[in-house]
Ligand binder design. Structure first.
Ligand code: CLF
Ligand code: SF4
Length: 304
């Protein structure tokens, strides 16, 4: 008798190389999260949308807990910093780009940082996180760069719900507000995800759970992205950022969050070990060492 479980993604078009890399990825593999470290390179300060839970003085809450990023790096700085960290943390396996804005709204810097580090160390597993607005434009380059792990934050698949989450979307030199912007965003997210999964890239979908806005809608989002071939989803709590439009909204409770994850797990495997890292996080997921590695001129000279 075959197993009736339906929550496993279809891995037919996933290469052995991708699976080997996934075994060293602390977010995509629960087994890896206590033994492999990741570092985020804060090379992407700009953003092309405005989430109501975001205060631009803080890190992108799609991939980070609220806390001002301590530095913005150039691609060359990113390479120096990678060398510095790798020397001190040999079990560092993943280099991720997770803001503090959007990785694809700063594509030149994101791409160059990846290229430089890849030239220096072919073993690195690269990862990036994006709101997905520009994914249809950059999916081809992402695939050609050899990335195997991408995270897209999809908070809604209904423009009316998205219109309450996103204040505006800046797309092709034009600003779209509310549901009109949300519709462009979600269409691009879904198209971009399909392009990536179709090319054998493992896609994780992050969802910020906002009480009274998208909470009851989340199972629909999960089912939709599962059908697009997404590998795993990560339902995250809303952490109300001071100064943001959702500053007075309640923080999502742990119990309701885990109940939602368990419900959605019936459709697609869920991440339960996310730590909502800073955009410059370094180390094991549960042990952030970013403060040890602020890039001073002296440190740069040491690795030149
Ligand atoms: Fe960073 Fe994100 Fe890549 Fe991981 S984090 S870009 S997938 S390397 Fe991980 Fe941190 Fe949770 Fe993100 S614990 S916030 S899921
Ligand atoms: Fe802020 Fe991230 Fe949303 Fe951009 S995608 S507005 S940086 S939370």
């Amino acid at each position: 008798m075959t197993c009736g479980c339906t929550n496993r993604p279809n891995l037919k078009n996933i290469s052995a190389e991708t699976m080997e890399k996934t075994g060293r990825h602390p977010c995509f593999s629960f087994e890896a999260h206590n033994s492999y470290a990741r570092m985020h390179l804060p090379v992407a300060p700009k953003c092309n949308i405005s989430c109501n839970y975001c205060n631009r003085k803080f890190d992108c809450v799609n991939e980070s807990r609220p806390g001002v990023t301590s530095e913005i790096l150039t691609p060359l700085d990113a390479l120096y910093k990678y060398r510095l960290v790798k020397e001190k943390i040999p079990y560092l396996s993943v280099v991720g780009i997770a803001g503090p804005g959007d990785a694809l709204a700063n594509w030149e810097h994101t791409r160059r940082s990846i290229e430089l580090i890849k030239e220096a160390d072919s073993e690195v597993v690269f990862c990036l996180s994006t709101n997905g607005l520009m994914l249809p434009y950059y999916a081809k380059e992402i695939i050609e760069l050899g990335l195997k792990h991408v995270t897209v934050t999809v908070n809604s698949i209904e423009p009316a719900i998205g219109g309450r989450i996103y204040k505006f979307v800046n797309y092709r030199e034009k600003k779209y507000e509310g549901a009109a912007g949300a519709e462009i965003l979600l269409n691009n997210q879904l198209e971009g995800i399909s392009l990536l999964t179709g090319a054998g890239i493992l896609v994780k979908v992050n969802i910020v759970m906002i009480k009274g806005i998208n909470d009851s809608h989340i199972p629909h989002v999960v089912r939709k992205v599962k059908n697009l071939g997404v590998f795993i989803s990560n339902i995250m709590p809303l952490l109300p950022a001071p100064g943001s439009n959702f500053a007075d909204y309640p923080q999502t409770g742990k119990k309701e969050l885990n109940e939602m994850r368990k419900l959605c797990q019936l459709d697609l495997q869920q991440m339960f070990h996310c730590k909502q890292c800073r955009a410059d996080a370094i180390g094991l997921l549960a042990d952030d060492r970013s403060s040890e590695f602020r890039l001073t001129e002296k440190k740069k000279e040491a690795v030149l």
